[in-house]
Design a protein around this ligand. Structure first.
Ligand code: FAD
Length: 397
């Protein structure tokens, strides 16, 4: 069997590596001319995502490229902590730790593994069309070339062209009314601890930060933005203009938040946030969708990259164990859909809580968060989210 993989973000290379482990060939086709390893922000990768790298034998490599994350502290609009959750026992509980890692560092590390395993990776191959002939699939690219395989997997992200070809009537990504921005800052404050996320429900928006031992601050925020801007619209706003806007947005918040948005080191990256409404079917004939292409979630739950990684190994396992690709796709959807639908819903709900202005609603939100992060409830939630085990060595019956 040979797989045609469209997209080399996270789902694509993880799938190719897992297929390689299962003894199945693949070729990856990526639209971009080359991948910019400095582009994008950073990902929080929780133990469930990291455990995928355990399956692929690259846990240590990825772990050493990131920064361990042991705890999250949630602060209210006055800068007072109202809840927290620990992750310092994750290795014992789930066999992996959580890390923060730059997106470019993660994707580069995955690509190095692809090269190491001699899996073919082609750049500048933007998918234009797909022909499913029953016994094989042909992918056509915008440069007038084509490629053949036994099946094709769309790993081409939230605006997936594979999805548009496969299911032209499927629901489109849905805008969450949030714009997220982030960057790298240096601040004068010293009274903070490393390896922890400080999540701040500020007066008018949300802002979280993570401080590295070097003193560099990785931060991201989310704010209400009712009318959906395009990425291009956001890019037209200069760093100076955006910084002015951020300084005004947080001018009633704690001094550390002000220091972060005022930092001259910032190179503001901004993203309109959408998620995917649940799709009834994830495959058709010899073509299947995985990762953001089928279940993009708002980054407010820090699970998108982990879900894309879980998908990659789960689908490879299904293809290894089932008698046909169609049966494998069916099994894959059966194994994954309930989990990812729940996580997408959770992300949407988190985001809605970021821009409350009414004091009673804020009080209710904080109380709910306090209850959810209480040890017993949070342990159950952690087990559900972080304890996902792909059970690679067990054959699907
Ligand atoms: C601001 C922000 C913050 C985030 N933070 C986190 C976080 O903290 N933790 C986390 O787990 N997740 C986070 N995510 C989500 C995470 O980035 C995605 O869920 C993850 O990248 C999905 O992986 P993917 O491979 O499915 O898609 P992508 O990573 O989007 O990769 C898709 C690839 O397909 C290529 N492509 C697109 N169209 C075509 C085409 N026609 N032909 C060929 N190739 C094509 C693209 O160039 C790209 O390389 C965040 C997302 C955003 C926007």
């Amino acid at each position: 069997m040979k797989a045609i993989i469209i997209g080399c973000g996270i789902a694509g290379p993880v799938l190719a590596l897992a297929l390689h482990k299962a003894g199945i060939d693949s070729e990856i086709f990526e639209a971009q001319k080359s991948l910019d390893d400095d582009a994008g922000l950073f990902h929080y990768l929780s133990p469930n995502g990291m455990n995928v790298y355990n399956v692929l034998g690259i846990y240590d490599k990825i772990f050493n490229l990131g920064h361990i994350c042991n705890k999250t502290i949630l602060n209210d609009e006055n800068g007072n902590s109202f809840a927290s959750f620990d992750e310092d026992n994750s290795m014992n509980e789930f066999g992996a730790n959580s890390i923060m890692i730059k997106r470019g560092v993660l994707t580069k590390a995955l690509r190095e593994e692809i090269i190491d395993k001699r899996i073919e990776l082609h750049f500048n191959k933007k998918l234009k069309d797909i022909e499913d002939l029953g016994n094989k699939v042909i992918a056509y690219f915008e440069d007038d070339t084509s490629a053949e395989g036994d099946f094709l997997i769309g790993c081409d992200g939230i605006h997936s062209h594979t999805r548009k070809i496969l299911m032209p009537d499927a629901p489109k990504p849905s805008y969450t009314k949030l714009v997220m921005a982030g960057g790298y800052a240096r601040i004068p404050s010293k009274n903070h601890r490393n390896s922890m996320i400080y999540a701040n429900y500020c007066k008018r928006a949300y802002l979280a930060y993570f401080i590295l031992p070097s003193g560099e601050v990785w931060w991201w925020n989310a704010q209400s933005y009712p009318e959906e801007p395009s990425k291009a619209d956001l890019q037209k706003i200069t760093d100076k203009q955006w910084q002015k806007h951020m300084i005004e947005l947080y001018n009633e918040d704690s001094s550390i938040i002000k220091e972060i948005v005022q930092s001259d080191e910032n190179d503001f990256m901004k993203y309109p946030i959408s998620d995917m409404p649940p799709l009834d079917t994830w495959y058709k004939g010899n073509v299947c969708l995985i990762g953001d292409a089928v279940h993009a979630t708002s980054p407010t739950n820090g699970q998108g990259a982990a879900m894309a990684s879980e998908d990659g190994v789960t689908l490879a396992k299904c293809l290894r164990d089932m008698e046909s690709s169609q049966k494998a796709f069916e099994k894959f959807q059966e194994l994954r859909k309930e989990r990812v639908d729940k996580i997408v819903k959770f992300g949407r709900r988190n985001g809605d809580g970021y821009f409350l202005t009414h004091p009673v609603k804020k009080w209710f939100r904080n109380t709910m968060i306090r209850i959810m992060t209480s040890p017993i409830i949070f342990y159950r939630m952690k087990k559900d989210f972080f304890g996902y085990d792909v059970k690679w060595d067990e054959k699907i019956g």
